[in-house]
Design a protein around this ligand. Structure first.
Ligand code: ADP
Length: 236
């Protein structure tokens, strides 16, 4: 699924955004990636999606070696991934149904397959009733659920969500994480980038902490230990 060994990434201006990161995420896992602003979370995600290349080290995502991937091969890697962004990135002029169907049309799916799959994912994210509405008529939480449906529609093995709750209130954020949990239970591997400590604490999941480009903690249990590594309140 995801294998990184001794991966470093240096931007052209000399910024070392990721330093010697070693990481393994297996099929079926649910993982939070946390860290403060500028710690290297987005760079790590971009390494996984093939948007940037490692300067050193080896990354394999769904059997694609990112370091040696040719530009024309990137779309094949992307088809094995679903990506969800903080700002939803929906098409305003299209209905909910069409936004989700778009992801399938882009990879050349048949109309028959689309008619079968889109209602299923809309049901999964709880938006069946809203299928004919346009994104701007939806709440933030609903818009994000459309984005999740779109990420799911091609049945990816891995979903990467970059600050998916950044624009949502705490109640909607909790609902959204619960939805990711349900999707995970149905078999999709989930990697969620977030800096929301309280939210991470509510889920007993694996938490990887990145600080100044380095992975400084990786443990299961849902406790975000980054700020107080020696805290005594470590309990579940
Ligand atoms: P995060 O997502 O945790 O906020 P980033 O991965 O965006 O962190 O950034 C990690 C470091 O890399 C920061 O020091 C940031 O300023 C730097 N950085 C990010 N993108 C670029 C870029 N395109 N060019 C140069 N430096 C960058």
């Amino acid at each position: 699924m995801i294998r990184m060994s001794d991966v470093s990434m240096v931007y052209e201006n000399g910024t070392r955004a990721v330093k010697k990161a070693t990481l393994r995420i297996d099929e079926g896992e649910f993982v939070f990636l946390v860290g403060s602003s500028g710690s290297g979370k987005s760079t790590l995600i971009k390494l996984l999606t093939g948007e940037v290349r490692p300067t050193e080290g080896r990354i394999v995502v769904n059997n694609y070696n990112i370091g040696t991937l040719k530009k024309r091969e990137v779309p094949y890697l992307r088809r094995t991934l679903g990506v969800v962004f903080q700002d939803f990135r929906l098409i305003e002029k299209k209905t909910v149904y069409e936004n989700v169907a778009f992801g399938m049309r882009a990879v050349g799916a048949s109309e028959r397959a689309i008619r079968k799959r889109v209602p299923y994912v809309l049901e999964l994210v709880g938006l069946t009733e809203k299928k004919d509405v346009r994104p701007l008529e939806l709440s933030g939480g609903e818009q994000q659920r459309v984005a999740i449906a779109r990420a799911l529609v091609n049945n990816p093995r891995l979903i990467i969500a970059d600050e998916p709750t950044g624009n949502l209130d705490p109640a909607r954020s909790l609902e959204l994480m619960t939805l990711f949990e349900k999707i995970n239970e149905l078999g999709t591997t989930i990697l969620i980038v977030t800096h929301e400590k309280e939210l991470v604490d509510k889920f007993a999941k694996r938490v990887i902490v990145i600080d100044r480009g380095e992975i400084i903690s990786d443990q299961t249990g849902g406790y975000y230990k980054y700020e107080e590594p020696d805290t005594e309140s470590y309990q579940f």
